[in-house]
Design a protein around this ligand. Structure first.
Ligand code: ZN
Length: 278
């Protein structure tokens, strides 16, 4: 789930060693236990000092902003999401089981089989009043501060936030189902992408899709998955991250093109030439 991805980013940004998966440094440990002082989940039921129960309040935002006044040795990450404590449906349970395999803990403990469960943020739980209070900080965050907004659909988030953020899709659960072998040869020198091979790349996507009888959206998801993994592996390199996030955004656009019935070949070629322009 997206929430685990956000914690993994926070871990990569704070790891005192090389960010490897089994790292046991203090920062990695604290983030896995979800009690790192600089990694904070902000939802209608997390990190509250007021009595509102249905929204992320202005007071919460002000508390977040207050913590930024002091500098910190940590890389601070604020994860904004919606959350409920509830009995899980069958589908949610399987997501939860999968989440547990990541080694991350949820911000609140299970009570009487009721489980803290994150969902995407939307304008009902994160209104413009609260959001506007932090627009300036989103636009120009202090150094070593990241705000992450988890949402199912960009349209669920205020446009003023989206326009100040890098947005990218995190492919749905079960990452291991995405094959990236057929993409890898083209990304060897990433972000440099051989112009002469742009058409080969488009052709490789189409061939892989046809030979394996796959949906075109699956092909794009494979690329997104590959780029997401690349982002994780390069989380310290902000210049490269910016390129990767832009590329992920472009792949979102490819999906939109596919949904509006633009021919697959054209969509793949458009994507290939976009990469070639790096
Ligand atoms: Zn570490």
């Amino acid at each position: 789930m997206q929430y685990a991805f956000a914690l993994e980013l926070a871990r990569q940004l704070n790891c005192l060693e090389d960010g490897r998966e089994d790292c046991n440094c203090q920062n990695c440990r604290w983030i896995r236990e979800n009690k790192h002082p600089a990694v904070m989940t902000v939802s209608k039921i997390d990190n509250k000092t007021d009595s509102s129960k249905t929204v992320i309040s202005e007071e919460q935002i002000n508390n977040v902003l207050d913590t930024l006044v002091n500098s910190s040795d940590y890389h601070r990450v604020f994860i904004f999401c919606n959350a409920d404590i509830k009995e899980l449906s069958v589908r949610e349970k399987s997501m939860y089981e999968e989440y547990k395999t990541t080694g991350f803990t949820l911000p609140q403990e299970e009570i009487n089989s009721k489980i803290w469960y994150p969902t995407g943020i939307n304008t009902d739980c994160f209104s413009s009043v609260a959001a506007n209070a932090m627009l300036k900080s989103i636009e120009e965050p202090p150094s070593n501060v990241n705000f992450i907004f988890l949402t199912e659909n960009k349209d669920d988030l205020l446009q003023t936030i989206v326009s100040r953020s890098q947005s990218f899709g995190v492919p749905d659960s079960r990452y291991e189902e995405y094959n990236t072998e057929f993409i890898k040869p083209f990304f060897v020198n990433y972000p440099v992408f051989n112009k002469e091979r742009a058409l080969d790349f488009a052709y490789a996507l189409l061939t892989y899709q046809t030979d394996n009888d796959l949906e075109s959206e699956y092909i794009i998801n494979c690329i997104q998955y590959y780029l997401t993994e690349l982002a994780k592996a390069n989380s310290q390199n902000s210049n490269l991250l910016r390129i990767i996030f832009k590329d992920i955004e472009k792949t979102e656009n490819s999906k939109k093109m596919l949904r509006s019935y633009i021919k697959e070949q054209s969509v793949y070629e458009d994507l290939a030439f976009y990469f070639a322009k790096h």
